[in-house]
Design a protein around this ligand. Structure first.
Ligand SMILES: Cc1ncc(COP(=O)(O)O)c(C=O)c1O
Length: 388
């Protein structure tokens, strides 16, 4: 056995002993509200495809047309020869959607967050990060080599104190708007005010808000009318927009700096043009078909009411609902029993969530029928899942 294999076996055994080993499970069907997996047909409550656009006919058709025109790969980073008119069209479309001066694409949300933070702050600066921010923002903060101040989740008083007490050349606050594993929403108006009062710039991650919140589906900043007061609004193409990739809506100057300095932008092959065309079509659907968002919210409200009837805590604030169970084994066991009832919901364990808060994470979609939502609630009732 090679040395690396010996290390791997040792670590895998340790993960298994703690219920933290992870396994891949391929789908044998398209992404959608009902999927085929392991020979079973299950109702899917673990997908971030909140509007069901991953399988939408107009989005698929746009991707196919671009695939025919541009081919599969882009051959190089955008700064070399990987840039296409499809990238620029999508950036212009997203800038209109986000009402932003400029938009820059990234290959994923992970790439955006790990690229943007180190491009803006470094040694001598400070970055203030919510304790429950997504791992990609956490890693962006670490890579920046700025001083990282983690403030307690959604605690604006603590953030304000930290902003006042931390000397730094530049101060940047970073927060998810919808928290990915809890489904709650950042107190964004208060955070904006704290930033303005203390001379800090603000970057938000709208990954789970794009397509879900706001009158046009542009996210929490749109819902609260704060677009112009947030320096950088990052959104993903991979969740409600049903594709792959991410973008930041910001000023021309910031976008220009990122083109020269964000390492995942500079040093990685450009997103395929077909994915750009798919995202452009998806934005058209999000803006042009508000009924889709209305269907999602009908499902969100029904599911939240059903969870409350089961005695579980539920706020209908986004499409994400955690059912917190504690130790990894409890979450794995509940997921297994729900699966026997036809419901696919994955157990989420550390380090994705803090120790002691392993959970089932239910994601609602506009593509779910009322029957699907009721099936999940009925399965939870029968399995006897209770909080903590
Ligand atoms: C809040 C948040 N930000 C960023 C990401 C990363 O986005 P992507 O999957 O496009 O890399 C995710 C999820 O994956 C997320 O939940």
């Amino acid at each position: 056995m090679s040395l690396a294999s010996a290390w791997a076996r040792e670590d895998l055994d340790a993960l298994s002993a703690r219920g933290l080993r992870r396994y891949l499970e391929p789908l044998d069907s398209p992404q959608g509200p009902v999927v085929r997996v392991g020979g079973e047909t299950l109702v899917n409550f673990s997908s971030n495809d909140y509007l069901g656009l991953a399988g939408s006919p107009s989005v698929r058709a746009a991707a196919i047309a671009a695939l025919e025109r541009y081919g599969t790969g882009t051959g190089a980073s955008r700064l070399v020869v990987g840039d296409t008119t499809a990238h620029h069209r999508l950036e212009a479309r997203l800038a209109a959607f986000e009402r932003a001066e400029a938009v820059l694409l990234f290959n994923s949300g992970y790439a955006a967050n790990t690229g943007i933070v180190p491009a803006l702050v470094g040694p001598g600066d400070a970055v203030f990060s919510d304790a429950l921010n997504h791992a990609s923002l956490v890693d962006g903060c670490r890579l920046s080599r700025a001083r990282v101040v983690v403030y307690p989740h959604a605690d604006v008083e603590a953030l304000t104190r930290a902003l006042a007490d931390t000397p730094a050349r530049r101060k940047l606050v970073v927060t998810d708007t919808v928290f990915s594993m809890d489904g709650d929403v950042a107190p964004l108006r208060e955070i904006v005010e704290a930033c303005e009062a203390h001379g800090a710039a603000l970057m938000v991650d709208e990954a789970h808000a794009t397509g879900v919140l706001g009158a046009r589906g542009a996210g929490l900043c749109e819902e609260l009318g704060l677009e112009a007061r947030v320096d950088l609004r990052m959104g993903t193409l991979s969740k409600a927009l049903g594709g792959m990739g991410a973008y930041v809506a910001t000023s021309r100057a910031v976008a220009d700096l990122l083109v020269s300095r964000a390492r995942p932008f500079v040093f990685s092959t450009a997103l395929p043009a077909a994915l750009c065309a798919a995202a452009e079509a998806a934005v058209d659907v999000v803006e042009g078909d508000p009924d889709l968002r209305a269907r999602l919210w009908r499902n969100i409200r029904r599911f939240a009411a059903g969870l409350r009837e089961l005695g579980l805590h539920a706020e209908a604030r986004s499409a994400v609902f955690p059912v917190i169970l504690g130790e990894p084994g409890r979450a794995l066991d509940a997921a297994r029993r729900l699966r026997e009832a036809g419901v696919l919901v994955k157990a989420i364990r550390p380090p994705t969530v803090p120790e002691g808060t392993s959970r089932l994470r239910f994601c609602l979609s506009a593509a779910h029928t009322v029957g699907h939502v009721d099936l999940a609630l009925d399965a939870l009732r029968r399995v006897g899942v209770h909080h903590g």
